[in-house]
Design a protein around this ligand. Structure first.
Ligand code: CA
Length: 220
């Protein structure tokens, strides 16, 4: 008789269902059953330090990735709501998640510059000699009593290319330390000092301003 493939007789396994209260006191002592480990964790306890560490690192990496996705989404919402303070705070957290490594060449950051605020510190911090490419888009309003007349781009021009004296106030400036740079619609700057990159409009009457300009900052 051919015996290939014949299974050894398996023991009929008792059906250990989901923690039922035994109604009868059988001869089998329940407390010593090895299968009654933990019902919350499907994964059995690690059998080596290496395995435990590997699992821990994987869980940590996944949590960090999720946290980063959450932060990026929250930042997107803050930018949409023109909430620069929150957007910058989130930017800082996102940067810190990077492990405090020095900023990489080619790194791109977006900063929202409000029309109604004085110098606004961005999360971009540079060292003297660093080169940044700044590109500004959008329009802001320099007097919300007359938005039609005073909606301007960061270059001091209206969308149609015209301007009156309000154009003087709409120009976008950047600052690092004591040094101020004209930005307009975009420029390439090399930092003369260490410090945070700041922005503001050229307007001195800020209370009646509205809107924000978006600046994309790229490390060259
Ligand atoms: Ca104004």
């Amino acid at each position: 008789m051919l015996m290939v493939g014949a299974e050894p007789a398996t023991q009929p396994t008792p059906d250990v269902g989901p923690a039922t209260v035994p109604t009868t006191s059988d001869s089998a002592p329940l407390a010593t059953k090895p299968s009654a480990v933990s019902s919350e964790h499907e994964v059995p306890v690690a059998s080596s330090l290496e395995q435990a560490t590997g699992r821990f690192e994987t869980a940590l990496r996944k949590a960090r990735e999720q946290y980063l996705r959450d932060l990026v989404e929250l930042k997107r919402n803050a930018i949409k709501a023109e909430d620069l303070a929150t957007a910058n705070e989130l930017n800082g957290l996102i940067d810190r998640l990077g492990g405090g490594a020095p900023p990489k060449i080619g790194k791109v950051q977006r900063v929202l510059v409000r029309a109604d605020q004085d110098w606004q510190r961005s999360p971009v911090v540079v060292r003297a000699g660093d080169t940044l490419r700044l590109t500004a888009t959008g329009t802001w309003i320099l007097n919300d009593r007359d938005p039609d007349l005073t909606t301007y781009g960061p270059d001091g021009l209206r969308r149609d290319g015209t301007a009156d004296f309000h154009g003087l106030w709409s120009v976008l400036w950047a600052r690092i330390g004591y040094k101020v740079y004209y930005v307009g619609k975009g420029t390439l700057i090399t930092a003369e000092q260490d410090g945070a990159l700041e922005f503001r409009s050229n307007d001195f009457s800020l209370g009646d301003n509205r809107g924000a300009i978006t600046v994309q900052v790229t490390r060259e």
